[in-house]
Write a protein that binds this ligand. Structure first.
Ligand code: FES
Length: 221
């Protein structure tokens, strides 16, 4: 068969060009699947798996962090101020003796003598009474002043150094800007006479402070 060596005419050339253009378009709209090392094919199930793994890992990390924070902040065996504070033995507190100060628990504790009838006395209270040393006015520490003379009575008073609020041995306010009597803390005494003050159990001071004193058979009378 004879080969036609004549150059294509204009219509034939146009038709050839259109065929090539159709082929190029068909090729460019096909899904991209390039087989190269390190290339991740666009696979929806794999993408879902990666996303799920990411969110699961993030959730576990956040939950673990929260658990650690709660574990760190949760109070256990709290001792010192805010928890139980040992305050010695009942034999350490002679009846009517000077109140003793406990720095670690921020309180003062005394064995009230009901026979102390002077103005700055026990107010009839009998037994151990723990007073929060924080002044109800602005929070200064209130010391016991055994030689302080107030109202012609030198038998001892609690006297705030900041604004001179003054309190009787049972913490009753008798002078100064404090809005109430000194607050009290719960006292526990075991059978052997060991004392524990619950510094987290604070009651607002009031005229019934003397009645909050705790008696015990081993307490010096
Ligand atoms: S802080 Fe005690 S009187 Fe003001």
């Amino acid at each position: 068969m004879a080969i036609d060596t004549r150059p294509p005419n204009r219509e034939q050339a146009t038709e050839v060009w259109r065929d090539q253009l159709r082929q190029r378009r068909a090729t460019s709209s096909a899904p991209v699947t390039v087989d190269r090392p390190g290339h991740i094919a666009a696979d929806p199930s794999r993408r879902r798996f990666i996303l799920r793994s990411f969110w699961t890992g993030l959730g576990v990390t956040i939950a673990a962090g929260l658990g650690l924070a709660v574990d760190f902040l949760y109070p256990r065996n709290v001792r010192g101020f805010g928890g139980p504070v040992p305050a010695g033995h009942v034999s350490d507190f002679p009846r009517g003796g000077a109140p003793q100060q406990f720095l670690s628990g921020r309180f003062l504790i005394a064995n009230l003598d009901p026979s102390e009838t002077r103005t700055g006395g026990s107010g009839g209270g009998a037994g151990l009474l723990a007073l929060d040393w924080k002044c109800p006015h602005l929070g200064c520490a209130v010391p016991w002043k055994s030689d302080f003379n107030f109202d012609n009575d030198a038998g001892g008073w609690y006297r705030c150094p900041c604004h001179m609020s003054t309190y009787t041995r049972s913490g009753i306010r008798v002078h100064g800007p404090a809005p109430r009597s000194m607050d009290t803390m719960a006292v526990e005494i075991d059978e052997a006479g060991n004392i524990t003050v619950q510094t987290g159990q604070i009651s607002r001071g009031g005229p019934d402070n003397p009645e909050r004193a705790i008696e015990h058979p081993l307490l010096p009378a």
